[in-house]
Design a protein around this ligand. Structure first.
Ligand SMILES: [Fe+2]
Length: 912
């Protein structure tokens, strides 16, 4: 046994099983009482580490630890009877810079006298004499260095020559605070140096007595797990699943499922009661279970969280992430700033004129009331805030959105209206028309006659060059169809103050130059309040009255599209649908599972941003409910869309395009798809990205799964896929469209779809939010008044004829609503300074495997090519949906970006 003062003590090979290690370590702990002298800088640390010389001495079977120049390391001579190798281990602990979650529960009398970590190094082998796992080599690592960002703990261990390869390290924190363990390094192994990445919080033993195990970078399918690691692999998953009971604490790391029953706050106010989303009545994906108690006033609802909503500890990186630019802090900015907007902006009144809207973008900004933390806001979002340091005044300023900067009148243009269905914020709704006449699938007894009001002759006239039937045959007629989804909400929404709603259909024709041209809009109100169904068609026109009615109708459709984008294309299809994948992956796939390691970067920070969204954005009375047309029914509408439209197999880009009639399979075409709109920027760029992603996933999966048998026999993988279907998306579990998981190709398709949704799909609908909605006449989040042609009112009609602009402004969001949305979307469109972009950084486990490393490098190179391809496309005059005078180029799927609101950049995961 070796001892070294100040460096850490080798405890040697313990005669215990892993299961008993925790108690054994606690009993055997023998902390050196000598005072710790922190080193002043890294040079001191390097000197310290350089001073340790390890000499193998195969002749006498012992090892020597030589003293260094500092003289603080005492020489020690190994006296082991068996051949051993002396190894230095170094633990890197990131310092906490923000909130310290668990420290508050540590009692004063639990303070340790010296900071130490207990480490247990586990062999991949079992003991040949017993068949049981080999006892781990246990050492006590002492703190030898600390600075403002990290602590270094070091120990020396003796590794017997027959110990076998180290497969895992068990870290036990006997200190008073939780610690973020970045990595454990081993230097001196006969096989070379070894780094075990951890990047995880380890709680004090007094808080969480379960063992923390970190596996090396080698990935194993369950059946291929080295015998010495099998029980640890299984035990770790059991810990992560929890037992489904109890209220989760901030330091827990348990992943479990629950329904969305936490959006309301009935204890506070009956008006804030909301239905449960998730279940047969209102199907919805599941969210992370927090276990908070039910409300007294509504046992179906969970009580509001008193502080932050629970997410498993490793899902929140707020304490260490650079500049604290993360979900929690950003949404706290929203909570702080938005109420103060009322100082300048009327809660109910619209903007009096367009000049007052333009004034929002005044470079001087708006002086906000004195706020706490104004300096940190300025650091966090320098593009939004400025602080006049001489006076201490604090200003909020809105950037001019790019499309407005390029063309102030962009929002009035019909061509731009159509272009944005292909290259704007919501490229997921445009569909091919395949049948004529259009009819509703809703119950006529409730919603009135199902036939559309579009008249064939009128549409023929609008098309000009061909008939409707010819246009359908030539795949040139397209539609934004918000009829059947919205119509059931019209009556309840109209019962609310300050909003209205219609079912809507908008037809487009594909012109010869590859651009879409709007033909007509149909707005429908169902029978209600004793009145029959009302529907009317509006067409583009040069005539004054018709032109203004067209503008009104467009405003309604844009509000429908804005709501659908936010509640379905963005929240439901990305943030919300992905959370069950995150939960299932952590519950069913070991951290050493190759698919866990492939997906992990795609899940970073998603649970945290979703929890923050549940507390600030989508909660009852939150920003979404205050500013979008369906108001309090917004989330129910999202549930309806999930019920009627969401299918896992349609989340893949090619399947989505085919389903919407935008493409058909064609083996001779690039990407195997023939696009019916050739200049469809989202699809054009997206298919290159999709192919690159799929190729990377294919090479990765094929490396680990050379046969279908390995897929079907992978117990973790099968449990994972089963749980996604039956628990995470439980309300859809019996749908026939779920892919089976029997072959490597099945796995490639499933994983590519998940990775695509978390990266490219989310980027396409997220980072352009401020660009296209920042100037709200382009995409009002709400229209507050009915069409002046509905239910003829002579006074209203007279006002419309006299000053239509005033009526339109009055229908747009109120001043307070508009500025809330502008501010929120600016924050949500921002990249952090340390954003992790797709293909940019390699995961350690990928880097350690030559075949995977090479595949990733090919993936990364292809994404770099995509950057250039997008730049080239954006200056190609033939591509009129992304080039032209005043036209905003399409960059939303450009993989890389700088920080801030840039309108480009594809992060790995949904983190904002
Ligand atoms: Fe988002």
């Amino acid at each position: 046994m070796l001892k070294s003062q100040g460096l850490g003590s080798s405890i040697g090979v313990a005669p215990v099983t892993l299961r008993h290690m925790q108690t054994s370590l606690a009993r055997r702990r023998n902390i050196d009482g000598s005072a710790l002298v922190p080193y002043q800088n890294n040079n001191d640390l390097q000197k310290k580490l350089r001073g340790i010389k390890i000499k193998n001495n195969d002749n006498n079977g012992g090892l020597r630890l030589m003293s260094g120049p500092s003289g603080t390391i005492k020489a020690a001579l190994a006296t082991a009877t068996e051949l051993t190798t002396s190894v230095i281990t170094k633990v890197v602990v990131k310092k906490i810079t923000g909130e310290i979650t668990s420290s508050t529960i540590i009692k004063e009398n639990q303070l340790a006298t010296q900071k130490v970590l207990q480490l247990g190094f586990a062999s991949i082998l079992t003991d040949p004499s017993t068949g049981a796992e080999k006892p781990p080599i246990m050492v006590q690592a002492n703190l030898i260095h600390e600075d403002v960002v990290e602590e270094i703990y070091v120990a020396k261990l003796e590794v017997p020559s027959n110990f076998g390869e180290i497969g895992a390290v068990i870290v036990e924190n006997f200190n008073q605070k939780e610690m973020f363990i970045k990595e454990v390094d081993l230097d001196g192994l006969t096989s070379g140096s070894l780094t075990i990445p951890c990047n995880s919080w380890v709680q004090p033993k007094t808080v969480d007595p379960t063992q923390r195990v970190f596996f090396t970078n080698k990935s194993y399918l369950p059946s291929q797990t080295p015998a010495g690691l099998i029980s640890m692999r299984e035990a770790e998953l059991v810990n992560l699943r929890g037992n489904g009971t109890g209220e989760r604490q901030s330091y827990d790391r348990i992943y479990d499922y629950d329904v969305y029953n936490d959006l309301g706050d009935p204890n506070k106010n009956e008006d804030l009661k909301r239905p449960v989303l998730g279940g047969p009545t209102r199907p919805y994906p599941r969210r992370c279970r927090t276990g908070r108690p039910p409300c007294q006033t509504d046992p179906q609802s969970e009580q509001k969280a008193k502080g932050s909503i629970y997410v498993p500890r490793d899902e929140t990186f707020s304490d260490i992430k650079q500049a604290q630019f993360n979900a929690s802090t950003l949404l706290s900015v929203l909570r702080t700033i938005i109420p103060n907007l009322q100082v300048h902006f009327d809660r109910n009144a619209g903007f009096p004129n367009f000049e007052s809207i333009d004034a929002l973008f005044d470079v001087d900004g708006f002086n906000l009331p004195p706020l706490e933390s104004t300096t940190s806001f300025k650091d966090l979002l320098p593009w939004i805030f400025k602080l006049i340091s001489e006076t201490g005044e604090f200003f909020l300023r809105f950037q001019i959105p790019e499309p407005m900067d390029r063309n102030k009148f962009f929002w009035l243009s019909d061509e731009e209206f159509a272009r944005q269905t292909l290259a704007g914020l919501n490229p997921h709704s445009i569909q091919l028309v395949t049948e004529w006449p259009l009819t509703s699938q809703l119950d006529p007894a409730v919603y009135g006659p199902p036939e559309s009001a579009f008249k064939t002759l009128n549409i023929d006239r609008q098309i000009g060059s061909m008939t409707v039937q010819e246009a359908i045959e030539k795949k040139k007629l397209f539609i934004l169809d918000y009829h059947d989804l919205l119509l059931p909400y019209v009556q309840p929404v109209r019962a609310l103050k300050g909003t209205t709603l219609y079912g809507s259909r908008t037809l487009f024709f594909l012109d010869e130059d590859g651009t879409l041209r709007p033909l007509a809009i149909e707005l429908t109100r169902p029978p209600m309040d004793g009145k029959p169904q009302w529907k009317r068609v509006y067409e583009p026109s040069e005539k004054a009255t018709s032109l203004w009615l067209w503008r009104f109708a467009k405003a309604h459709v844009l509000a429908h599209d804005a709501g659908y984008h936010q509640l379905v294309s963005h929240w439901l299809r990305t943030h919300c649908a992905v959370e069950p994948y995150v939960i299932a992956t952590n519950r069913q796939l070991s951290a050493m599972h190759p698919i866990y390691r492939l997906l992990h970067p795609h899940f970073r920070y998603t649970m945290e941003i979703n929890a923050s969204a549940r507390s600030t954005l989508i909660d009852a009375g939150g920003i979404i409910e205050s500013t979008f047309s369906p108001l309090k029914y917004s989330m129910e509408l999202s549930s309806s869309a999930y019920d009627l439209q969401w299918q896992f197999d349609l989340q893949a880009l090619p399947a989505d395009l085919i389903h919407r009639g935008l493409a058909e399979e064609d083996p001779t075409a690039s990407h195997g798809l023939k696009l019916h709109i050739k200049d469809y920027p989202y699809a054009n760029d997206g298919l290159i990205l999709w192919d690159a992603l799929k190729q990377w996933v294919t090479e990765y999966v094929n490396h680990y799964y050379p046969s279908s048998y390995l897929v079907t026999s992978d117990t973790e993988l099968q449990a994972w896929w089963n749980e996604i279907r039956t628990k995470g998306h439980a309300d859809k579990q019996n749908e026939p469209w779920w892919p089976v998981l029997n072959t490597p190709q099945d796995l490639i398709d499933i994983v590519t779809s998940i990775a695509w949704v978390a990266s490219a799909h989310h980027a396409a609908v997220n980072f352009g939010q401020y660009a296209y909605s920042g100037y709200f006449p382009n995409r009002p989040s709400i229209t507050r008044t009915n069409m002046p042609t509905e239910d003829y009112n002579p006074t209203l009609w007279k006002s419309f004829l006299e000053k239509p602009e005033d009526l339109l402004l009055n229908s747009f969001p109120s001043q307070y609503q508009a500025t809330q949305v502008m501010f929120t979307l600016n924050v949500l469109s921002s990249h952090s300074p340390d954003e992790e972009y797709l293909g940019k950084n390699m995961e350690p486990s990928w880097n350690d495997n030559p075949a995977i490393k090479a595949a990733f490098e090919r993936f990364s190179a292809r994404l770099k090519e995509l950057e250039l391809i997008i730049d080239t496309r954006n200056v190609d005059p033939i591509l009129k949906n992304r080039t032209g005078a005043g036209v905003t180029p399409y960059e939303l799927l450009k993989p890389l970006s700088g920080p801030g609101v840039t309108g480009k950049g594809v992060p790995y995961s949904i983190s904002i």
